[in-house]
Design a protein around this ligand. Structure first.
Ligand code: G1P
Length: 294
């Protein structure tokens, strides 16, 4: 029977090596994009789709994430006294959400991180959001995936067409196109070399999964990069049930990468009414300076 998606998992235990030294003692997920930490974009995206329980997988040096989503009595009182109603509302909206934290004791990979959430998810379908994949807040990717899950009653994975030069950074699928943006997946490979990639359709960090994936994850061996890979578990699940891919054509930022992070900051700052006008003027100034220097 089809069940409502009420829970979402946010893996956040990674070491953030691509952002060292910034991430030596602070979580990558807390790096700010304009005025919000990276992970807040994913939390707000899930909340807008009716998710009620937010399960964050944390690890060493990740306590700032818990503090960020907790109530902050002194700060809230001081905002109240200062009459900063808007800011107060924005801050207290977050801590009304229902968070659970699970500590992944060793960085054994994405598959292992998801497996750690098994006792919280129990027997329900759930979403997974990788917070360093930032989806343009004006797009409805997760909601479209939930709708597709309801229609097909099968797991749905977000896909994006990427350049073959970048394919080795992703899980990659092979599939049969069944609709405008829908693929029935026939194979999945984690981070293949370009010459071995079955297509240019990369898995991006949004998944709607069913709880039977936990049984498969329990038996998955260490794969690519010596880690327990979610992609390998999905490969195993494919033998038991159909899995679908949803091709996303909107804007995604790989904010776990320095260049992707900078692009996210620029685009999201241009959309942010608090800074957009001033920032646009500044960008024009910079662009003019660059142009005149080449
Ligand atoms: C993870 C997954 C990979 C997926 C990617 C999307 O890799 O293992 O299949 O394509 O996220 O961002 P990571 O980027 O954590 O190495």
């Amino acid at each position: 029977m089809e069940k409502k998606i009420k829970k979402a998992i946010f893996p956040a235990a990674g070491l953030g090596t691509r952002f060292l030294p910034a991430t030596k003692a602070s979580p990558k997920e807390m790096l700010p994009i304009v005025d919000k930490p990276m992970i807040q974009y994913a939390i707000e995206e899930a909340s807008a789709c009716g998710i009620e329980e937010f399960i964050i997988i944390t690890g060493k040096y990740k306590r700032a994430i818990e503090d960020h989503f907790d109530s902050a009595f002194e700060l809230e009182e001081s905002l109240k006294r200062a009459g900063k109603k808007r800011l107060l509302e924005e801050i207290s909206r977050l801590n009304q959400l229902n968070f659970a934290y699970i500590r992944q004791k060793a960085a054994l990979g994405l598959g292992h991180a998801i497996y750690c959430a098994k006792p919280f998810v129990k027997d329900e379908p759930f979403a997974v959001l990788l917070s360093d994949d930032i989806i343009d807040p004006d797009d409805n990717l997760l909601q479209d995936m939930i709708n597709l899950y309801r229609k097909l009653n099968s797991p749905v994975i977000a896909l994006q067409q990427v350049l073959m030069a970048d394919i080795n950074k992703y899980g990659v699928i092979e599939g049969i196109r069944e609709g405008d943006s829908v693929y029935r997946i026939t194979n999945l490979v984690e981070k293949p070399r370009a010459m071995e990639a079955p297509s240019d359709l990369a898995i991006i960090g949004r998944y709607i999964l069913t709880p039977d994936v936990f049984d498969i994850l329990a038996g998955v061996s260490f794969g690519r990069d010596g880690e327990i890979q979610l992609t390998d578990a999905l490969h195993g699940l494919l033998k038991k049930r159909p899995i679908y891919g949803y091709l996303f054509k909107g804007k995604r930022y790989d904010a776990g990468d320095k260049f992707g992070y900078l692009k996210a900051i620029v685009d999201l700052a241009l959309k942010n009414p608090k800074v957009s006008e001033q920032f646009k003027e500044y960008l024009v100034e910079v662009a003019t300076m660059i142009k005149s220097s080449i």
